[in-house]
Write a protein of this length. Sequence first.
Length: 420
Amino acid sequence: MTAIITFIIVFGILVIVHEFGHYYAAKKSGILVREFSVGMGPKIVAYRKNHTTYTLRLLPLGGYVRMAGAQEDDSEIQPGTMASLVLNDDNKVTKIITSSKVYDANAVPVQISKADLVDDLVVEGYENGDETVTKKYSVDHDATIVEEDGTEVQIAPRDVQLQSVSVWKRMITNFAGPFNNFILAIVAAIIAAFMMNGVATNQLGQIQKNSVAQEAGLKVNDTILSVNGKNTSSWTALSENIQNNPSKKITLKVQSGKKVRNVKLTPKTVKSGGQKYGLIGIIPKRDSSAMAKIKYGFTYSWGTTVMIFQALGKMVSGGFNINQLSGPVGIYSMTSKVASQGLLNIVLFTSMLSMNLGIVNLIPIPALDGGKILMNIVEAIRRKPIPEQYENVITLIGVVILVLLMIAVTWNDIQRFFIK
C-alpha cells in the first residue's frame, strides 16, 4: 500500500507540474485553456473560474490541459444533437446543454441542425420539436457548453485558439511543460540536500584503515580534482569515476593545501547486484552550508541529465533494446523499492524522474512536446503554417508509434518484474 500511494503521489506531482507549465504559458499567451484535469477517466468534481474548468477525475494517474483549437480538443456539435439553450436578455445563447445529466427549467429545448462555435458563433435547429421552422440563435463569445459527462467548459472561438497566436508563443507553450519538469528536478534535489546531514564533497573526510587510499598516501582534507583527467568537482563524479574502474590502474590529481600532486592507485574490486565496482576506501567531507545545498540541486540534476543522454546515446549507437526503457509498470516497481528506503530517496527519485520526463518529452517525435516544437520551428522557417491535413497525419503517426511502444514496454515490464 505504501508503494502504491508513493507511486500515485510521485507520478501525480510530475504530471501536474508538467501540465501546469503548459497551462500557465497558454494563459499568458492568450490561448483559452478550456479544462485543466488532475487524473483521468470519469469526472469526480469540477470547478470553473476565469474561463477554465478545473476537474478532478477518478483515475489518479496523469492529467491534461485542454487548449482551445489543439488537436485533442473536440468541440464540434453533430447535427441531430438534442440540446437545451440558455438565453440571456438579448436572446443570445450563454449556455448549450448537451448532457442528459444536467437540467435547466429556463432552457429552450432544441434539436440542433447546424452549429458554428468557432467563427460565426451561431446555432440553428428545431425548437420544441417543431421541424417546420428552423430557428437561428447567436451565441455569446464567452458562452459555455455542458458536455455529455456533465462537464461545463468554455466554447472555443477562433480568436482564443492555439493556432491564432504567434508561432513563438506556441513554441513557448509547448516547451513550458518540460521546462517545469527541469525546475521541479532542481527544487526536489535542493529539498533533498536540506534533508541530508550536509552535502558530500570531493574533499576527503575519512580514510579507511588498510584501504587502497591509505596505502597510496591519501590524507584527510585532501581534495581529489580529477580521475584519469576527468574533472571530479563533486562527490558523485568522483565516486562514479572510481567505481567504473575496478582493478584498473588510475591516476588521481590530488590537492593538499596549496600543493597539487598525482597519485596512482588501483581500486579494489567489489561485487554488488551482479556487477563489479571499484573501491578505494574514502569517505567524503560534508558541507552543511545553505549555498552548498542549493548548489547540490543543480549538480545532482546535471548529473542526472548526463546519465540520461549517455543512456540515449547507447541506445542510438549500440542498437535499440526494449529493456533500456520503462513504462508505468517499471516505474511502479522502482518506486516500490525506493519507498522502502525512506523519504530522502523518494525525493531524489522524484528529481531524477522529473528530469527524465522533461528530456524524453523534448525528443522530436510527433505527439510529444519535442515533435510539436519541431513543427513550430519548421513553420517559423517556412513563414507559414504546415497544412492542417499534413500536421494531423504526422501527429497520428506519432501517436500510433507511442501507443505501440507503450504497449510493448508495459508488457516487457510485466514480464521483467512480475512474471518469474
